[in-house]
Design a protein around this ligand. Structure first.
Ligand SMILES: Cc1ncc(COP(=O)(O)O)c(C=O)c1O
Length: 356
């Protein structure tokens, strides 16, 4: 089955095979990773290796800490303002879709939010131009969602801001070389490009960490997690192990430049096929189309249930658009095979032919 799910999503086959091979007994601790203590030297070594690999493959600069936390990107929606907004502080948010709206809602429960730009009136088909953003002068940070998983849009380039950016990169982290310019904090759930569900990656610059509030409950405090190297409480040991294998796989296929090339090839192939036909309508504006989540409608929307059912019969799973928008979404993250995209392109043509 070809897995087009938006997350949890397809994993690289060599990773799943290695997990299978090692499930009963890892060579080093001599037991299954499912039963290893997070305080054991075996797991601690694996954690350190995973953090080092993330740093090398992601080219994460030395003045950033990498944390592996719980709670998904959704917990970051409140953790970010809780840690970064002191009394009287404010966060500037750009509203570009479903997930940025959730981030805005949660931040508004914690502190003052200024919406600096929005494409809501364009049904989130696009992201604002960097020039149109009205950053308020005095703010603690600006928040953007680098890839809008549901709407199928992305920022071609992160905007400049007069203060550090916080980036929700859940659906495009490490899909290519990362841009750390002006980024104070990057967060992402693992279950799209980095591994299984249940691990959240937070990459935070040292000066931002220094500015975090000190009066936070321990589990909500970036400072506490950084001081305890992501082991303040029991981390998701198995998820971190699989994430470590995914990062090693990224290195084995040539690193993030090569991954970006593969992602561009896959996405262009699919958009070209969609653009070549009047039968399908890509939903995102061309200048900000996502490389990860390709969203489209059928010109005759009434045919979408038949399209999705036929796709499923043809072995293509997870193509239904998010329940909030409907339509079709092909999520083609790093581990999604190029041959799978070719198969979908063939299917698009065949379905159109049989329906016309
Ligand atoms: C961009 C983005 N942000 C946040 C989330 C929420 O992630 P989680 O379910 O891990 O909390 C998602 C989930 O798909 C997402 O795509």
């Amino acid at each position: 089955v070809l897995n087009f799910s938006a997350g949890p999503a397809v994993l690289p086959p060599p990773v799943v095979e290695q997990v299978q091979a090692e499930l009963l007994r890892m060579p080093r601790p001599g037991m299954s990773m499912l039963e290893v203590s997070h305080r054991s030297t075996g797991f601690q070594a694996l954690l350190e290796e995973t953090l080092a690999d993330l740093r090398t493959v992601g080219r994460i600069p030395a003045d950033y800490q990498v944390l592996l936390l719980h709670g998904g990107a959704s917990l970051q929606f409140s953790m970010v303002p809780q840690n970064l907004l002191g009394p009287g502080g404010r966060g500037c948010y750009v509203e570009t879709g479903f997930w940025s709206t959730k981030a805005i809602e949660d931040a508004g429960r914690v502190g003052t939010v200024v919406v600096t730009g929005s494409t809501k009136d364009q049904h989130f088909r696009t992201v604002p131009s960097a020039r149109s953003l009205l950053w308020s002068r005095a703010a603690n940070y600006g928040h953007v969602t680098s890839n809008n998983t549901i709407e199928g849009t992305r920022w071609p380039e992160l905007p400049d801001a007069p203060f550090p950016l916080v980036v929700d990169a859940s659906s495009d982290i490490m899909s290519g070389p990362m841009d750390f310019r002006n980024c104070g904090l990057i967060y992402a759930s693992a279950q799209k490009n980095l591994g299984p569900a249940g691990v959240t990656v937070v990459i935070i610059r040292d000066d931002i960490l220094e500015r975090c509030r000190t009066d936070m409950p321990a589990m909500l405090s970036y400072r506490v997690h950084a001081e305890h190297r992501s082991c303040y409480n029991t981390p998701n040991t198995f998820g971190i192990y699989v994430l470590g294998l995914v990062v090693k796989w990224m290195r084995s296929v040539g690193g993030l430049e090569q991954i970006r090339r593969m992602n561009v090839r896959k996405a262009l192939r699919l958009y070209e096929a969609l653009d070549a036909s009047d039968f399908y309508r890509p939903t995102a504006a061309p200048e900000c189309r996502s490389l990860m989540n390709v969203t489209f409608r059928l010109a005759n929307q009434g045919r979408e249930p038949a399209f999705l059912a036929a796709a499923e019969r043809a072995g293509m799973d997870g193509l239904a658009g998010h329940r909030s928008v409907g339509g079709v979404r092909a999520s083609i993250y790093n581990a999604f095979p190029e041959a799978g995209v070719s198969q979908l392109v063939e299917f698009l043509r065949e379905f159109e032919r049989t329906q016309s």
